[in-house]
Design a protein around this ligand. Sequence first.
Ligand code: SF4
Length: 304
Amino acid sequence: MPLDRILLNTGPSPNGWHKAETFMLCPRRRGWDHLAERDPGRGWHFPATARGTLVHVGLAHYYARMKCEQEGTDPDAYYDPETAIALLPRVEENEHDACTMLVEVPTAIKALKGYLAHYAFEKVRVLAVEQVVEIPVPGTGGPGEPPMKTARVDLIYSKGSGDNERIFFVDHKSTGRITNQHPKFYARSGQFLLLRWLGKHLGDRFGGVVLNLVQCAAENKYTRPSLDPVPGFLVSLPLALGWFERQRIAFEESGLPPELWPPIPSEHTCQGRYSGCPYRDKCDVAVPESLDMEWPKVGVPRPL
Ligand code: SF4
């Protein structure tokens, strides 16, 4: 459908953590994702993901309009947050995803309205919304190295002024139930580590990474808990990315079908904490064309 205002893209960045993470969890799952990226009609969303996507787009439009107001430009260049949420299923190309999203629209709008009331008096200066950035992690981006990682930062804002101004990177997360485990999960997530890594380049001006939690349930809740400091994980990030990214890229460039990417058959990966891996049905029956393939022959580096 034709759009007469900006509808923000809140999707993943081109070379974001999600690709590396999925490959680390299960190379074959990344293989299925890679296939779906080349054929968007085969994409897949769980209801919780659809709900999160909708809340996310609502927040993006709320802060984009706030930025316009702060800078004296026209906020109506962007759809208002509720309209953006209602529009998203109508522009989604994948029919399955569109239907899944449509069901979640009322829940997402209710969560958004609660958010706007909860943070009605927050005082921040919005610097960027849904900004794609490149993150120079050593071991990625040099000659012969995997490409530099990218991230789409949901929101960048600053607080304070002059020498006291501090810049924060915000990531919106929706959940069915906020628990005290969330800051522990996300502190150790590569997505957040990458943002912290990026923040190091701001020196003293970096205020930190903000986990902006939204509980989407009968009772909505909102919190921004502090993340555990995890310097050990931060300094290890190049180690993790260097090795796994080389493997991932080699598989992607090999052109092998997902059935020939190594699976991780485990209740922790196939079943999972939420709804499990979306590709279980495929893996249940996927039969490689040649089970006796030789790694060097198909051009894929032999894993160490
Ligand atoms: S079902 Fe299991 S083995 Fe198959 S892609 Fe998913 S996580 Fe990997």
